[in-house]
Write a protein of this length. Sequence first.
Lengths: 392, 63
Amino acid sequence: MSAPRSIVVVGASLAGLRAVDALRRRGFDGTLTWIGEESRLPYDRPPLSKQVLRGEWTPDRTALKANYDALGADLRLGRRATSLDVGARRVSLDDGTSVPFDGLVVATGAAPRKLPGMDALSGVHVLRTLDDALRIREELGKKPRVAIVGGGYVGLEVAASCRALGLDVTVVEALPLPLAPAIGETMAREIVEMHRAEGVDVRTSSGVSGFVGERDVEGLRLSDGSVVFAELVVVGIGVVPNTAWLEGSGVALDGGVLCDSRLRTNVPGIVACGDVVRFENALFGERMRVEHWTSAVEQASAAVASLLDGDAAPPLATVPYFWSDQYDAKIQFAGRVAPNDALKVLEGSVKDRNLVAIYGRAGKMRGVLVVNKPAALIRNRKAITDGAAFPD
Amino acid sequence: MKIIVDFDVCQSHGLCTEAAPEVFEIRDDGFLYILKEEPEEALRGKVERAVRECPTGAIQVEG
């Protein structure tokens, strides 16, 4: 198809911003319409569970750097895309208008999963947006007992931030070990033990059967019948990609917007990037949906390249990377591991706040986990990219 | 072109060292070192990529 003259970017968080930026940087000088559901300019999410929650950063410090004048986009904030017509090539918005496009970038992200009944109670929150973080921060000032549902990275970072504020914290996790699917059982156990040593009451293999309280939350009722009393509950049980507006449009969906290794959907001229995407990672030869900061940045750049260059754009072959700051542990992970992958600890332990561990399968290195060892992370991520062998 | 890093903001993610290994290095002490404070023009593309990929926005380029 010919070069697009009008492009719509739907989504105004990190991936959307970086797509708009990449389009202009690469010389796209046509009409650019940019839709964002939140009323705020793009901001950075990683600090929300840490610096913002602990009250160390004012909200404005989370703003993502951008020169909006130079981007020259028709930015429509507080607007949500409601449907897509691939035949007419138009995106419909929640104000009843629609926007035509030659090229479309889908960057609508993901929304937190909720628990039944939570919206009817005050004091129960998800943490995804800056407004969520500010609401939680305000309530933390009243020194509540805190219960966190879900022991994933968001939940554990919130737990660490609340402990830094001196609060009583309970983490309730449905799995026998949180994080185990992402980093394996051995390392997951060490991270749970770190939280226990820091004073967090971590309850594993515990489902939540309901809430205690009428108007204000007073606690959680667990599947074994016990009750965790808390005046503040944070629910961190994962996210669902925001694809409802694309259902029935003809854009293929399967656990996210399905993309090839160039971030192209099945519809010509429509690409996607960020948390909403399930793409074919050329390095691992498997489809993956990755919710990391770095993936959003890499995918935005790759999606724009294929929108403008088509087949000439390189496929995205990358080792997913994320980090998590908990207490004085900077945890970094790169790769993609399965539950039965072999683990080799090269140095230290989580307890020592000093760790280098690698993962492998079939003689090939697949992942690296470090604590407070950034140089080792970089070295080993590079080794995975280069197809390094996993030593027996 | 002159490289300015805000070391209070840098968290040693090291993505800059992948983008522009001629200019940035994370050593075993965990800290970032700037190998070339005024890199040659030929490295501009790599340096700009390092700026974009830094998760904490710690790198600036002057000139």
